[in-house]
Design a binder for this molecule. Sequence first.
Ligand code: FEO
Ligand code: CA
Ligand code: CA
Ligand code: CA
Length: 584
Amino acid sequence: IAAATSSSPLLGFSAVAASTADTFVVPNGYQAERLISWGDPLFSNVAEFINGGGNSATDQLGQFGDNNDGMSFFPIDENTALLAVNNEYCNYELMFEHLGKQMTALDVQKAQAAQGVSVLTLKKNAKGWQFEKDGQYNRRIHANTPMAISGPAKGHALLKTAADPKGERVLGTFNNCANGLTPWGTYLTCEENFNGYFGSTASTTVTPAQTRYGIGLKDAGWQWHQFDERFDLAKHPNECHRFGWVVEIDPNDPTSTPIKRTALGRFKHENAELVIDKSGHVVVYLGDDERGEHIYRFVSRDKYSPDDAAANRHLLDEGTLYVARFNGGENKDGELAGDGEWLPLIFGEHGLTPENGFTSQAEVLIHARLAATQVGATTMDRPEWVAAHPTEPMVFCTLTNNKNRGVADNQALNGPNPTAENHYGQIVRWQPTSGEHTDDTFNWDLFLLAGNPTIHQDTLYAGSANINADNMFNSPDGIGFDKAGRLWIQTDGNYSNEGDFAGQGNNQMLCADPTTGEVRRFLTGPIACEITGLAFTPDQKTLFVGVQHPGEDLAGSHFPLGGSHTPRSSVMVITRQDGGIIGT
Ligand code: FEO
Ligand code: CA
Ligand code: CA
Ligand code: CA
């Protein structure tokens, strides 16, 4: 891991100090405006947000969704663009006057309306990029929006339900965590903790595969199954197999039907980092955010055609899903590094056979986690976002934390996951052996280990050499590169500012130079938020950043409007006062 002693040529802004204030702080010379917040109407015939939870389910269907997460910017022309934004989940304690303690069928409908994706029309004027109410691309996609199922698992018995006996149409998407962007102009939204919305009103059989995905008789407290029988395992045992996918959306056409792409596997998806390999194949890197789960890669069968939009439409339906095995550990120089390989998840190969419970390629994809275990994938510390360098064959993945590492039976310390009871997280980096994203082998090292060098010395908890008292943080999560190759890092960690986390303050966004290893804090968020979601304009002069769940658990935030306002997840727009490129 590179120690950062010299000043990076890539990082041109002055560092922001750690903060516990209820504000959004950007570097000197920068400014931040609010683009949109949870509950803002997308259309003029929709009610405005009401503090304290007074809006109806019908209102929410036409309002910006809750808990904005991953997002992508799509330029249309010089002064018009659209922003597709994920809405991950809800904070019932902020959404309902009863704090979620007296849920009704209408309340569940409101929660279902608040998740999915919001597509926003943006216009640029003298004040910069603004949201346009009634804009032609404005759209809400939610937990009841009709969608198609495509790819190898389409029509499989495990996807068939009473409402959809063919297993090829499904209602909705929810718990939309992070995202992806295709060069053919579509948006990828990734379904993460879908399991928590399913429960059972009666005793029923839960399969071992469902258990592996965290699906059981008890839900995570969302109570959907009590008011919408689609989510009741006793009545509809297959509905839960229809979530946990990557969904492709054409945001340019508000009437388009989203498509669940089953070739990318079913797990708790974080983001979908898509690159076109030199060969023309589409490569998608995918994390499965759970303690001890895995990192995946999809390689398309067919090649991307820059001039043939129709041919690209179904590139994500045919191809091979792989899972990563990391070998090695501490080398002779004391560095954590090694090699690794991508193990294909192909029915009939490497034990993915009927005697081990796999009867088709569809089943391998629906139960991708079980297939990954069967082929010997490495258990990781909660893989979150993956980011590929824009010009170098180099890929990064945040491993956010893992309290079970070294404690749970199946999670012994291993190469890229070296820390027992890991509560700070790390970022692993790999390079394909020959420099092609389609290579089946790679070399890896750790780009950084987060830690707290003021509390801990001489242990891994102090963090790697590029972590110091001025830039320390915990739980890296969202990451992405800008065009110049700066690595932007967002955190979803412990914001207590106490004990092991003393001095780290609220969640934040940092910027790193992948060559020198230097890490510098770029912004800090308000109380009890996560910073997640980032999108640059093509000129790199505007950066959209998400503030998610400020004031969760009634922690006392009133962001963004202050006073006694209900705290609301928001998308922020960051520019430089001199109009320059962000980060330089
Ligand atoms: Fe939705 Fe793993 O973060
Ligand atoms: Ca995340
Ligand atoms: Ca996280
Ligand atoms: Ca989150």
